[in-house]
Design a protein around this ligand. Structure first.
Ligand code: PMP
Length: 389
């Protein structure tokens, strides 16, 4: 295991000659405006060949994975490893649920909208989420101008009558807070996006037990490029419609990716065993990384004096068997004082972020990824700490 990762403070990377040169000439842009989880690369590099998958040319030529299953394109091995990992972590109930696999949870989100809405409804369902909400929700909802559903904005200001779907993201992207539904009208439909309900980010306080829960390898193991997500669905008729949507849009989900995802999830579950060496334990390793990054970020914010960050209450984590404060995948940074457009202000200091505007709130907020590579994160906190009035 290389020492740089956990042993040294992040800004030390800036002392490496050529990187500092790059930093000085502004060649490095800080792509922290996206949520690309490249932080995880290093852990997987450390694991060497443990997750290597070799697929012979003749294998996986069929469309079908499990013809007898409602989700006929779900690889049984992936289904097994998904259930196992949820059991190991204790973050979601899988018993009595159907698993629907998708090309990322982004596809499953659209499949859920399709499944919950009705062709013969007199008006489109309103799709709402409490601001600040994940910026893709409005864009993905309205992208095809469906007659079935329509973006309805901030759930807290939702006054329209008629059918609605509320998206509950917990912990939330962008601000990291644990959330509950806010509209709470009878007949309301809830979709729980639990992409970040993993112990490197937040205390696992109970096994989630909702009607429809979305998960993704993008934020759990850091394999965004694999494009694998899954839904745990209570109602078989909803699962069936989601399967139909995926059938219509992509005739299933890449088997190669599912096989790779199954292997990665298996290695993660195995790493949680007591016999595993502590630094191999995936969640312990990543949790430590997040804790170090949040500490550095809070120090940089303090040093600068121009920004503020959310404060979180600690919670008891059943997985780690201890109390800790949430360590979100994004920093929800606020420019204090007279700066109104935090994104432009930070851009002028060569830090790229995503404005609060995209998340349905004021531009005095920005979202910054906490999951970038060490070098980028190190540059980010250093630059931030040097911004003064
Ligand atoms: N939901 C939330 C809350 C997310 O932050 C993301 C990724 N940014 C997604 C869903 C999409 O995940 P995937 O890569 O699996 O499509």
């Amino acid at each position: 295991m290389k020492k740089l990762l956990l042993g040294l403070p992040w800004p030390s990377c800036l002392r490496v000659g050529n990187i500092f040169e790059l930093d000085k000439t502004n060649i490095i842009n800080i792509p922290s405006c996206s949520g690309d989880p490249t932080m995880y690369e290093r852990y997987w590099q450390e694991m060497g060949d443990k997750t290597t998958v070799v697929i012979p040319g003749w294998q996986f030529t069929s469309y079908f994975s499990d013809a007898g299953n409602l989700c006929w394109f779900l690889e049984p091995e992936l289904a097994k490893e998904i259930s196992r990992l949820h059991k190991v972590v204790g973050n979601a109930i899988t018993e009595g649920r159907l698993i629907v696999v998708g090309t990322g949870s982004s596809q499953l989100f659209l499949a859920a909208l399709y499944a919950f809405t009705e062709n013969d409804a007199s008006e489109p369902f309103s799709v709402v989420s409490a601001a600040p909400y994940y910026s893709s929700y409005p864009a993905a909802t309205d992208c095809l101008k469906s007659g079935l559903y329509k973006w309805g904005g901030d759930a807290r200001n939702f006054t329209k009558t008629g059918p609605y779907i509320e998206l509950v993201t917990s912990p939330n992207n962008p601000d990291g807070f644990v959330r509950q539904s806010v509209v709470n009208r009878s007949g309301g439909i809830l979709v729980h996006d639990l992409a970040y309900y993993w112990p490197q980010y937040t205390p696992i306080t109970s096994a989630a037990d909702y009607e429809l829960m979305l998960f993704t390898v993008s934020k759990s193991t850091g394999h965004a490029g694999m494009r694998i997500g899954w839904a745990l669905v209570k109602d078989p008729s909803i699962a069936k419609k989601m399967v139909k949507y995926i059938e219509l849009s992509t005739i299933g989900v890449s088997k190669d990716s599912q096989l790779r995802a199954a292997k990665v999830l298996k290695v993660v579950s195995n790493s949680c065993g007591t016999a595993a060496r502590p630094r191999e334990n995936f969640f312990a390793y990543c949790h430590l990384l997040m804790a170090e990054r949040w500490k550095l970020l809070r120090e940089a914010v303090k040093q600068s004096g121009m920004f503020s960050l959310p404060e979180f209450e600690p919670g008891f984590c059943n997985f780690f068997q201890r109390l800790f404060e949430p360590l979100p995948a994004f920093a929800w940074l606020k420019c204090e004082g007279s700066v109104e457009d935090c994104e432009s202000f930070l851009k002028s200091h060569n830090i790229w972020t995503r404005s609060g505007r995209h998340f349905g709130v004021s531009p005095s907020y920005v979202r910054v990824s906490m999951l970038d590579r060490d070098r980028t994160f190190g540059c980010f906190v250093k630059r931030l700490s040097q911004i003064h009035l």
